[in-house]
Design a protein around this ligand. Structure first.
Ligand code: FES
Length: 116
């Protein structure tokens, strides 16, 4: 069990947002977080425009929130380039596993995770 605060960035560019309904995925994450005492207040999910991997979407990036950082604000691109925490081709089942594993233990799911 980790106490790390996480920010989950869900892309909502034209491809993942309009064609693949990533907004529904974001709402699912937010509902799951709100319903979990272990995640609520520690995990924050917001939109990010695009990871440039639209063909593999919808995608999301899980990253630790830095001390003093507001997790409700989209980070500068420099803060996330190279970050290990990118998950591609997300659906509700995959999101649930990331919440249950990565966000609970602090350890990425090695067989799924990539660096951005
Ligand atoms: S909109 Fe999802 S990767 Fe581009």
């Amino acid at each position: 069990m980790t106490t790390t605060r996480f920010q989950i960035l869900v892309c909502d560019g034209p491809s993942c947002g309009l064609c693949l309904d990533s907004e529904a995925l974001l709402e699912h994450i937010q509902a799951r977080v709100a319903a979990s005492p272990r995640l609520e207040g520690r995990v924050h999910a917001i939109n990010l425009t695009c990871f440039g991997r639209c063909d593999e979407g919808p995608n999301m990036l899980v990253r630790a929130v830095a001390e003093g950082e507001d997790p409700e604000i989209e980070p500068e691109i420099d803060a996330i380039v190279g970050a290990r925490g990118l998950y591609l081709g997300m659906d509700r089942a995959r999101v649930d596993r990331v919440l249950d594993e990565h966000c609970e233990t602090g350890e990425p799911i090695e067989e799924w995770v990539e660096s951005y």
